[in-house]
Design a protein around this ligand. Structure first.
Ligand SMILES: Cc1cc2nc3c(=O)[nH]c(=O)nc-3n(C[C@H](O)[C@H](O)[C@H](O)COP(=O)(O)OP(=O)(O)OC[C@H]3O[C@@H](n4cnc5c(N)ncnc54)[C@H](O)[C@@H]3O)c2cc1C
Length: 478
């Protein structure tokens, strides 16, 4: 170990390598604080050549490694299971180029999501994927998780905005995948790497699509007495052929937590739910859309509809949504943020089922979610010091996932599988499906040294028929 540390220190300099217990503590988990693993060391490379040298050094010592961005991931993806080396990319944070005519940017992986839009703004451009963590999360993490966000509904996930990647393979080789034109003959390996959760290599550079800043943005807040009416409005809007930039629902428990917190946005605490609707596009096109949405929301039982008068008011509306996770700290010291997708039309019944599960387990469950995508985030607030509470949280979480899959959904919309949900992969994939993914992984990382222990179940299934037809009854547990 001391030789490994000395070699790593020689690569990144002594100020670029952490190895004392109290220093490593901060890297034991990501946003999922339930899963912890202490790394052997944390290194902070500044350039691709250093990443290559780190990877080769780890290989020569037989030590696994895991890339890390801001550590905001919610599925335990950036933790070093088995005590590997964390390769922390935050010092590789340069925007290398912005090409306004061809509308792309070239960035290092540690660039913070929102900083890219800031850098592109003088050119009238922005980077569309906007996870709610965009103030801190990095492009490397976004690429690895194929992150979404409130504006995924109109603009798509990260996958729709990655044109090319530079990747340090687990053996230290560098490959260039895709390119600025977005047209790349042969296998779509950019597509394979996006969403691969850091298991195929370390991204050291990304070429990303930029979009024109819309001429006008309008933000509406529709207040409902219950969450089902808010969901019906979402279905109505989509059915009417409208494509808002965002459709987000915040339920009553979340509203109350937000209003009691520093994120208070003046939402009525007796409302059953609020629906945040954002429209963007040419100025002339938006007023008729606002009117149609107003009518649809009123028809579905909206008690009140507000239209933000200016940017300040728009920020106030969004504060309630974006501050929701932070506000949960008002309810309990621990928070388990779930993530699953269901067909939009089934949102009302699935939400009812999810709330019933929370109630049955006696848990404080609240919902704030990307309704337009059917992407649910049931949040369970709890205190792990209370005897038995953690077990109930985990059991309820498993039931929630099963309910979503039963409704035709999947087990993650944007937070990834990581170490959190690997044992649930059998809910949605057959052995053959998983085998194909494992073979792809093996082609990049035959020795399994790059972020091991993530995505794939540790137990083998004994499925003899199509699991998708059989539903949740074959979920394996370790
Ligand atoms: C309050 C809050 C709100 C959130 N809202 C959203 C949301 O709206 N939408 C959404 O999708 N997610 C959301 N997330 C989850 C999280 O922010 C995203 O998954 C984000 O993309 C993680 O970025 P990061 O830089 O923090 O990555 P990390 O957590 O550090 O890492 C995540 C994964 O990426 C891998 N990785 C990191 N850098 C690299 C690299 N250079 N090369 C290869 N692999 C790499 C890691 O190994 C790990 O598997 C939210 C999280 C929080 C805490």
């Amino acid at each position: 170990m001391s030789r490994l540390l000395a070699e790593l220190g020689a690569i990144v300099g002594p100020e670029g390598c952490l190895s004392r217990d109290e220093e490593l503590f901060a890297y034991e988990c990501d946003g999922l604080t339930l899963h912890t693993a202490r790394p052997s060391a944390v290194v902070f490379p500044r350039a691709r050549e250093q990443v290559q040298a780190i990877v080769r050094c780890c290989r020569s010592h037989g030590v696994p490694f895991v890339a890390r961005g801001a550590g905001t991931g919610l599925s335990g993806g950036a933790i070093a299971l088995g005590g590997g080396v964390v390769v922390e990319c935050s010092r590789m944070n340069r925007v290398l180029a912005i090409e306004p005519v061809d509308r792309f940017a070239v960035v290092e992986p540690g660039v913070v999501n929102q900083d890219l839009s800031r850098a592109a703004a003088p050119f009238g451009l922005f980077y569309a994927p906007d996870p709610s963590s965009q103030l801190v999360c990095t492009i490397g993490g976004n690429v690895a998780e194929n992150s979404g966000g409130p504006h995924t509904l109109k603009y798509g996930t990260t996958a729709n905005h990655v044109l090319g990647l530079e990747l340090v393979l687990p053996d230290g080789e560098v490959v260039e995948l895709g390119g600025p034109t977005g047209a790349a003959p042969g296998y779509d390996l950019v597509g394979a790497v996006v969403g691969s959760e850091g298991t195929l290599g370390i991204v050291t550079r990304a070429t990303l699509r930029l979009s024109p800043i819309p001429e006008r943005v309008e933000t509406l807040l529709a207040i409902f007495s219950d969450v089902v009416s808010a969901c019906r409005t979402v279905s109505g809007i989509i059915e009417a052929g409208l494509v808002p930039a965002a459709l987000e629902i915040v339920d009553q428990r979340t509203i109350r937590a937000v209003e009691a917190s520093v994120y208070a946005a003046g939402l009525p605490t007796d409302a059953g739910a609020v629906l945040l609707i954002e429209l963007d596009g040419p100025a002339v096109a938006l007023p008729p859309q606002i009117e149609r949405i107003r009518r649809l929301a009123q028809g579905a039982g909206a008690l009140r509809i507000e239209v933000a008068r200016d940017a300040k008011e728009r920020q106030r509306f969004w504060r309630a949504r974006k501050g929701a996770f932070g506000a949960m700290g008002r309810l309990a010291p621990d928070l388990y943020v779930h993530d699953a997708v269901v067909p939009r039309a089934r949102l009302p019944e699935v939400l009812a089922a999810v709330c019933a599960i929370g109630d049955r387990y006696g848990l404080r469950l609240s919902n704030v979610f990307h309704a337009g995508d059917g992407n649910l985030h049931p949040n369970i607030s709890f205190d792990r010091r209370d005897p038995g509470e953690l077990e109930r949280v985990m059991e309820a979480g498993a039931e929630i996932l099963r309910a979503c899959v039963e409704a035709g959904g999947v087990i993650s919309g944007e937070h990834g599988i990581g170490s959190e949900k690997r044992e649930y992969m059998g809910l949605v994939f057959s052995d053959a499906d998983l085998g194909a993914m494992l073979r792809l992984r093996g082609a990049f990382d035959p020795d399994g040294v790059c972020n091991p222990g993530k995505i794939f179940p540790t137990t083998r299934f004994c499925a003899e028929s199509n699991p998708k037809a059989r539903g949740y009854d074959r979920v394996p547990f370790a």
